[in-house]
Design a protein. Structure first.
Length: 225
């Protein structure tokens, strides 16, 4: 019970540390729907671990109704977990989340249906998230993939493959960016700082320049003729 209290306290401190709109622990405890959802999840997960599955699911559904955040009681979540705004967040049953992870609204940690040789659905269907990960609003992380430590996932990214530690991914499908700022001490809301380069965007810009040059050359030759 003492360990459970420490977990909830670490979640409360995470709200205060990462939400600039929250000014005190009292405000966080009373006004943060993300914190409320996590507290309900902690209780439901305790019931789930003690094989009270139906009761755990019912409590989870109450939490979903009250907060708009759906966390399956079977998911495993570490300390210092923070959901900002929260509405529309979905965390599946076999998801595993490390310590000090931040999720914004409309994030889905979703499952993909995979079958073994006997035609049964395999146990692990949802992502495994490392420590100190930030997942921006609207991001979809799908399947039994692994997201490494210290990663940042940009808003509305769709991640369907493993992401190595210490990198930022954006886009559909998600791909790595070329970051200029190597510091990992700075907390960037929504997963991405303003100080990065998207390699795909760079390639598109180069293709546009080449097309413009080709058009100019064609126009010059047509003018000579």
């Amino acid at each position: 019970m003492k360990a459970k209290y420490k977990l909830i306290l670490s979640d409360l401190e995470a709200v205060l540390a990462r939400d600039p709109a929250t000014r005190s622990k009292t405000e966080a405890a009373l006004c943060s729907s993300g914190f409320h959802a996590v507290v309900i999840y902690r209780a439901a997960h305790w019931l789930w671990r003690h094989n009270l599955h139906l009761t755990a699911r019912l409590l989870s559904q109450i939490g979903r109704f009250l907060t708009g955040i759906e966390i399956h009681p079977g998911a495993k979540i570490g300390k210092g977990f923070f959901i900002d705004h929260g509405m529309g967040v979905v965390i599946g049953e076999t998801s595993e989340i490390g310590d000090n992870v931040t999720l914004y609204h409309d994030v889905t940690l979703g499952g993909t249906t995979a079958f073994d040789s006997n035609g049964k659905i395999t146990a692990k269907r949802h992502p495994t998230i490392g420590n100190n990960v930030i997942i921006g609003s609207g991001a979809q992380v799908l399947g039994p993939i692994k997201i490494g430590n210290n990663c940042k996932i940009g808003s509305n990214a769709v991640v369907v493959k493993d992401v190595p530690s210490d990198c930022t991914v954006v886009g559909v499908p998600a791909h790595k960016t070329q970051g200029k700022d190597k510091s990992r001490k700075v907390f960037y809301a929504y997963g991405v700082s303003n100080n990065f380069e998207d390699p795909l965007e760079k390639e598109i810009a180069e293709l546009r320049r080449e097309i413009i040059q080709l058009r100019q050359e064609i126009n010059q030759r047509q003018g000579k003729n």
